[in-house]
Design a protein around this ligand. Structure first.
Ligand code: CA
Length: 226
């Protein structure tokens, strides 16, 4: 069963999360401050990290950034409390994969957890490697290189790219992308897809304004082309 690390300092939320996740059969460990959470997460043995933002010692933004800098690719679900935090999480340069806003229902949280875990598993099971132009992607290792240099992609971006690559040459709709990458139980606005596609293009394309690989098909969706 999947191992989940919860980094949260509010006792009541932490206990509720632990209970809910254990009831679903997950193996749960927890940390109550950012530094402790970071060092546990750095061991790399978790399948998912649930990370609060306002934390003693080191905040969730810094924990997230540090983990990505260290090459830890474990999917991260952020817990946000304020709209300023959501904006920052959505800024994506941070490397978080998804977020839920407090207060959240256990059902919503579990749906997000399941979707994130399912996504990373799909990437692990599908096409291993692909190269196009000067881009090389190893989906098993979550590694991407452009012109020989490593480029950091979030787990969500890997998942998105993977889905497009699996459907090479075909147009996939925003809805199909939402179902596949985010999961059916989750409500996300279709424009979220566009935002993540834009981030992915910046990393993959020579000129993101004139994409060669991830083509937009007006009002329908996207198509991967070599
Ligand atoms: Ca907190």
């Amino acid at each position: 069963m999947a191992k989940i690390l919860i980094i949260e300092d509010e006792e009541a939320i932490l206990l509720a999360l632990e209970d809910n996740l254990r009831l679903e059969g997950y193996d749960v460990e927890s940390a109550k401050d950012g530094e402790q959470g970071l060092s546990m997460a750095q061991e790399g043995k978790f399948d998912l990290i649930i990370l609060d933002i306002m934390l003693p010692r080191m905040d969730g933004f810094d924990v997230c950034k540090q983990l990505r800098q260290d090459g830890i690719i474990t999917p991260i679900l952020m817990l946000t409390a304020k709209s300023q935090e959501i904006d920052k999480v959505l800024g994506l340069e941070l490397g978080a994969d998804d977020y839920v806003t407090k207060p959240f229902s256990p059902r919503e949280l579990l749906a997000r957890v399941k979707a994130l875990l399912r996504r990373s598993k799909q990437v692990q099971q599908g096409t291993d490697e692909i190269s196009f132009g000067d881009v090389e992607v190893d989906f098993k290792k979550y590694e991407m290189k452009k012109a020989g240099s490593l480029v950091y992609l979030t787990a969500l971006e890997f998942s998105l790219l993977h889905f497009l690559v699996q459907n090479k040459g075909q147009v996939v709709s925003r809805d199909a992308i939402l179902d596949e990458v985010w999961g059916r139980d989750i409500y996300i606005q279709p424009r979220t897809v566009d935002k993540h596609i834009a981030e992915l293009r910046k990393k993959i394309e020579d000129d993101p304004t004139v994409p060669k690989y991830i083509l937009g098909v007006r009002s329908v969706g996207y198509k991967f082309s070599e």
